[in-house]
Design a protein. Structure first.
Length: 519
């Protein structure tokens, strides 16, 4: 295993680049990444897949700037493919300019490259790819070989997905990541206004052959996996077959699913047996009016709290996402979210501002209504308001947001949720993490003793004492207690930084929102 950043990018025919992200949302657990002595929570799957599709006649290298920085002037490559996401687009364009100056031809692709951003991107690149890159990559390489790159490559149809190429993780410093991504299906039948999944992957769900997925999982150099499917349980037969095939592979995995997975107890049980520890569920709003307006109709008339309890009953945690900034939201809704998170209960709650990603119908509507705030692109990742609200000024919204996040993760609240979650005994089964070394256990054990016992915070001490009192009773597995304590400590650091940076961020909002920022 290469040490992080120990070697420069080698001379190659094709270089794939993941530009450095200017910040990470607290829910991506940046502080847990740091505590685990990693560089990022997840590796960029799209680059590994394109590397896997590249013929052997080309020498290939990958640079993930979240692991090590790239100096374009020091790179010797003939073709560079750069992934572009909106917050990192400024950095992506700078890298593209530098790589072109160094003599490489540059291709830009990724979620930020849509029909509406093609002209912008082409001022920095030789070519752009819109949509799924795998379908156009072979043709693009043929054109490159002939010296006839086209300006725009866009797949005319969605690619077959039953037997995709295997990703090239051998090109990555995989030890730099908490987990590795696997995608078992693509597409979503729903059509939420704020989501760009259907723009890229369509509304028809395409699933891989299960044995193809298992072959990929078995080949991974890490045993901690995140299934990045936007809704892994849409095709129930496939989800059941996949869970059955994953059983016994000794992996720890996480995934995303819609709320209706809570109604399939057999599937949840099979997933837990196969090593599933967390399911990310997009709740988004407690207000049905909001859900209707953005067409998240499959969440209507669902008992959120009951769904959480049913998923927990399988021994699986719920990672819940909520959005603030819908037209019918007020700061009072954040008080209701706090109450709901206690009642459900939801220890893991993500709160983000409503954001309009390029290519979404929400972006089109907000642009037409003149409601897009001129937020610096590198800050547009859900932690600052970027849309003019009908009644809540940006400064008011941000103050309410910071206060709400603080309430969600203060340790008195965490303690109350932990009692509700773990007293049930649903998390009594051991979930050994194969990626945690004996050295990690010793180091992290001392850390937990320091931050939970040698502290003036009585709620930290009570939480530690309570969880460890359950271990001799067989009510909670020791590994579960340790992981929870470590994760909550990491979240508390992130939330503390948000609070400490409040005035700095308010000044930024005043600058980009102008007169709209008034409280």
């Amino acid at each position: 295993m290469r040490r992080f950043g120990a070697h420069p990018v080698p001379a190659c025919d094709i270089l794939f680049v993941n530009p450095r992200h200017p910040f990470n949302h607290y829910f991506t657990q940046p502080e847990l990444v740091r505590l685990m002595r990693k560089k990022n929570s997840l590796a960029p799957l799209s680059l590994a897949l394109l590397a896997g599709l590249t013929p052997g006649e080309y020498s290939v290298a990958v640079c993930d700037e979240d692991v090590r920085s790239l100096d374009p002037a020091a790179v010797s490559a003939k073709l560079a493919g750069i992934k572009v996401v909106t917050p990192a687009s400024t950095r992506a364009y700078a890298l593209a300019d530098g790589l072109r100056a160094a003599g490489a031809r540059v291709v830009l692709g990724g979620p930020h490259i849509t029909k509406g951003t093609v002209a912008e991107a082409l001022t920095h690149a030789d070519s752009v790819v819109v949509g799924e890159a795998e379908g156009v990559w072979p043709g693009l390489l043929d054109d490159f070989k002939r010296g006839a790159l086209q300006k725009v490559y866009a797949a005319q149809s969605l690619i077959p997905y039953a037997e995709p190429a295997m990703p090239r993780w051998d090109l990555f410093d995989t030890g730099a990541y908490l987990s590795l991504p696997v995608q078992a299906s693509r597409g979503c039948p729903y059509n939420c206004e704020f989501c760009n999944v259907t723009t890229t992957y369509g509304r028809t769900v395409r699933v891989r052959n299960v044995d193809n997925v298992i072959r990929e999982v078995a080949s991974l150099p890490l045993k901690r996996v995140f299934f990045v499917d936007d809704n892994i349980s849409i095709n129930r037969r496939f989800a059941r077959d996949l869970a059955g095939a994953l059983r016994g592979m000794d992996i720890s995995w996480f995934c995303q699913a819609s709320i209706d997975i809570a109604e399939d107890a057999a599937l949840l049980s099979a997933m837990a047996e196969a090593g599933c520890e967390n399911i990310l569920v997009g709740f988004e709003s407690l207000n049905a009016v909001n859900l209707r307006k953005v067409e998240k109709l499959h969440n209507l008339e669902k008992d959120y709290a009951a769904a959480v309890r049913k998923i927990n009953a399988a021994g699986i945690h719920v990672q819940a996402t909520f959005i603030f900034g819908f037209d019918d939201d007020t700061p009072d809704d954040l008080e209701r979210l706090q109450e709901f998170s206690l009642r459900a209960p939801l220890p893991f709650t993500s709160l983000s501002f409503l954001a309009a990603a390029p290519g979404t119908r929400l972006h089109e509507r907000m642009a037409a209504e003149g409601r897009l705030l001129p937020i610096p692109v590198e800050l547009n990742g859900g932690l600052l308001p970027s849309i003019r609200h009908p009644s809540v000024p940006p400064l008011t919204a941000y103050n309410a947001f910071v206060d709400a996040v603080g309430r969600l993760y203060r340790f008195e609240t965490v303690y109350e949720k932990a009692v509700a979650v773990f007293a049930t005994g649903h998390f009594a089964k051991a979930k050994k993490d194969p990626e945690v070394t004996p050295g990690d256990k010793l180091r992290l054990g001392f850390l937990l003793l320091r931050v939970y016992l040698f502290t003036r915070d009585k709620w930290r001490r009570r939480l530690f004492g309570y969880l460890f009192s359950l271990i001799p009773k067989g009510t909670i597995a020791p590994e579960r207690a340790v992981i929870f304590l470590l994760t909550m400590h990491a979240y508390s650091i992130s939330v503390g930084k948000i609070a400490a940076q409040r005035e700095e961020k308010l000044a930024i909002i005043r600058k980009y929102a102008g007169g709209d920022a008034t409280e």
